[in-house]
Ligand binder design. Structure first.
Ligand code: MN
Length: 241
């Protein structure tokens, strides 16, 4: 039975093509899989489980159906949807994962991450991230009226787009030393993450041995996923959106 990994779908109302591709991915690829891991930025924005947009409800229903068919679903926060809470996970039949999460992938210890925490060259973003991940701060944000939060989310997105425009390409990618440090901290040789929108497989050295970093792609022009079957190397796959 296969284990599937996806990330960075950035689901939003203005991209029904991506939602459609996701729903058909569930039917074609995920039904019958043992596990589906969603590694962050599943939604383009999230301001609280109480928003209940038709898109959020439709996606929760589809995931719930998949989980009831026997596929285990795991959800990790990204930098866009870090406010997804337990309530939504229950509606979607999914289990919320910590970032990073260490799993046993068919006998291979594997570290799962969204990937933004590896981009340490972007000091300004890391400060913002620490602030946004502070439980006190999240509690305060979630206590504000829904309309306030919708306005805040719009402003944050504009601000982040403006800031990223002036940033060097290398700053927006992972820091190679941070990758090695993280693999060695957890004593693992395989890491899977998204976030950078640079789908690829990187071979490197960590813990004095060969290691591998598999990067998922964002669902914009293509759909990307990683498929892992027992006894086989996990594969990075893509199909046209
Ligand atoms: Mn991201």
């Amino acid at each position: 039975m296969t284990t599937l990994f996806i990330s960075d779908l950035h689901l939003e109302e203005s991209r029904p093509d991506i939602t459609g591709a996701f729903l058909s991915f569930l039917n074609k690829n995920a039904v019958g899989a043992r596990q589906l891991y969603i590694l962050g930025d599943f939604f383009e924005a999230w301001i609280g489980d109480d928003e209940h947009t038709p898109l959020q409800d439709q996606v929760a229903k589809a995931l719930k159906t998949l989980s009831e068919s026997g596929t285990e679903i795991f959800l990790m926060h990204g930098n866009r949807d870090f406010l997804i809470g337990e309530d939504y996970c229950v509606r979607a039949g999914a289990t919320l994962l910590d970032d990073p999460a260490l799993i046993d992938l068919n006998g291979t210890p594997t570290l799962l991450m969204h990937g933004d925490s590896l981009c340490t060259a972007d000091v300004e973003y890391q400060k913002f991230r620490a602030n946004m991940r502070n439980p006190q701060m999240q509690k305060m944000m979630l206590a504000r009226p829904l309309e306030d939060r919708q306005k805040m989310a719009r402003q944050l997105r504009e601000l982040s787009a403006a800031k990223n425009q002036g940033k060097a390409e290398s700053i927006m990618d992972v820091t190679p030393e941070e990758v090695v440090k993280t693999l060695e901290h957890y004593g693992v040789q395989l890491m899977i993450h998204g976030h950078t929108h640079r789908p690829d497989i990187h071979e490197l050295q960590a813990n004095g041995q060969n290691a591998r970093r598999m990067v998922l792609g964002d669902w914009d022009k293509n759909i990307w996923w990683i498929e892992a079957s027992p006894g086989q190397q996990p594969e990075l796959k893509k199909a046209p959106l």
